[in-house]
Write a protein that binds this ligand. Structure first.
Ligand SMILES: Nc1ncnc2c1ncn2[C@@H]1O[C@H](COP(=O)(O)OP(=O)(O)OP(=O)(O)O)[C@@H](O)[C@H]1O
Ligand SMILES: [Mg+2]
Length: 242
């Protein structure tokens, strides 16, 4: 579903991604972890064309992301993205947030969009909040709305960039539960997260990045059992102490 082949990216002189290669098959859940600044966000933003890259190729569902002829807005409508800070429209109600892209990008009728939005809101346990505004919801609730909004586009894959790292501890699980359900239903997912409990439960593979490189790309059991690189071992031992 997602093929990343020798991708490199520079900001001026600074190389932020170095020869990154990996792939995510249909239904796979790949967790991406690594120290701050290692290029995790940049890598997944490249996957749906939010960041350009200078070398290598990324193919999503047969479409080359780096090809100038590719219709990026159309590609993005097929690949859901959930960010750390939710990125809901603060001046729109939850319902309006859920309907906007369905109507504008997919051309659905307001009725159809509304119905789909409510159905997904129900699925993430927030049907009662439909008329509220984002500022009236907790962080965990807002993030679940953001997930529902992405799902309303019927994505072929979902990308998550630290979806729980801005949340209070008690709200982390409500978001992870929704993500776990999605994974179990067979959604193809690439998740930047340091929630290693989640990784252990649902990941097919774990990718560890350092200094713009994919240092480790291993099955979950292999990764948690005995990571090859010393850097990944150090990283794991640090975060597993928490
Ligand atoms: N627009 C930009 N211009 C220049 N450098 C940038 C830009 N965006 C990111 N960087 C640099 O690229 C590197 C990788 O950033 P990125 O956000 O991908 O890291 P990350 O692994 O997601 O880190 P974190 O865990 O803190 O989110 C960092 O050193 C960052 O400072
Ligand atoms: Mg990041």
């Amino acid at each position: 579903m997602i093929q990343i082949e020798k991708v490199s990216k520079w900001y001026g002189q600074f190389q932020v991604l170095a020869d990154c290669s990996t792939q995510v098959s249909k239904g796979e859940v790949v967790v991406v972890c690594g120290p701050s600044g290692s290029g995790k966000s940049t890598l997944i933003k490249c996957v749906n064309g939010l960041e350009p890259f200078q070398a290598g190729s990324i193919i999503v569902d047969g479409i080359s992301v780096g090809d100038p002829k590719t219709n990026l807005p159309r590609l993005r409508s097929k690949v859901g993205m959930v960010f750390q800070h939710f990125e809901l429209f603060p001046h729109l109600s939850i319902t309006e947030n859920l309907c906007l892209a369905q109507v504008k990008v997919l051309g659905r009728s307001m009725d159809e969009a509304h119905q789909k939005g409510l159905q997904l809101l129900d699925r993430v346990g927030l049907k009662a909040q439909a008329a509220k505004f984002p500022g009236q919801l907790s962080g965990g609730q807002q993030q679940r709305v953001a997930i529902a909004r992405a799902l309303a586009m019927d994505p072929i894959a979902m990308l998550f960039d630290e979806p729980t790292s801005a949340l209070d501890p008690e709200m982390i699980n409500e978001v992870l539960d929704v993500m776990t359900e999605l994974a179990q239903e067979g959604m193809t997912m690439m998740c930047v997260t340091h929630e290693m409990g989640f990784a252990r439960r649902v990941a097919s593979r774990v990718i560890f990045m350092d200094h713009g490189q994919i240092v480790e790309d291993a099955g979950k059991d292999e990764f948690f059992g005995a990571p090859h690189s010393e850097r990944a071992q150090q990283f794991l031992s640090k975060i597993l102490q928490h």
